[in-house]
Design a protein around this ligand. Structure first.
Ligand SMILES: [Fe+2]
Length: 189
């Protein structure tokens, strides 16, 4: 399924991008949420079930999955050495990320310690690095800390992660910036 992902150069995301000013597009692949729902129903169900339950254990308040199925759970895919994931901050208060492939080197998820940095070179100067390990599920609040994923180091490799947006009672889905949906889905409002 990842091989059929929507592979292209994605324009930088409004509001949330923390790419260097010279970077206009970032090549990567995405399996959109509707495809995940219809082709991987077990994963969509886990997002609303077991994974939601685990997400609830990491914060001290009620956690909710996204009601809008366009961005609840998606797959991000990197095929070969030319792709990476955009350096950005999250708009949602809790993200779940399930690594689906192993990579001893390359494809790391990198978080900046300094919330004010832009660009991957600056992030790399002071950061925490998580190596992709298939089956590991992590949760994080990255509304303030820029993060991105590094390119792979082999052309034959494919990196797949399932990314889940969660919301909380104090930071509900209604806080999602409308610019994002306009940018991603062409919403009028
Ligand atoms: Fe993120």
């Amino acid at each position: 399924m990842a091989a059929d992902a929507d592979f292209r150069e994605f324009p930088r995301t409004p509001v949330l991008s923390r790419e260097a000013p010279t970077v206009a597009v970032i090549p990567r692949g995405r399996v959109h949420a509707d495809q995940v729902r219809y082709r991987l129903p077990w994963l969509y169900q886990a997002y609303h079930g077991e994974f939601l339950e685990l997400a609830g254990q990491v914060v001290q308040e009620r956690v909710f999955p996204a009601r809008d199925d366009r961005y609840g759970i998606v797959l991000n895919v990197q095929d070969g050495m030319t792709m990476r994931f955009e350096c950005h901050v999250d708009s949602n208060p809790l993200t779940g990320l399930l690594f689906c492939t192993d990579h001893p080197v390359g494809g790391e998820l990198v978080f900046a310690h300094d919330s004010g940095v832009t660009g991957i070179a600056a992030v790399d100067e002071d950061c925490s690095v998580i190596r992709p390990h298939a089956g590991h599920l992590i949760f994080f609040d990255a509304r303030r800390h820029p993060h991105y994923s590094r390119p792979l180091t082999e052309d034959s490799e494919i990196r797949i992660v399932a990314v889940m947006n969660f919301y909380t009672k104090s930071f509900p889905e209604s806080t999602r910036p409308p610019e994002l949906n306009r940018h991603l889905y062409g919403d009028e409002v």
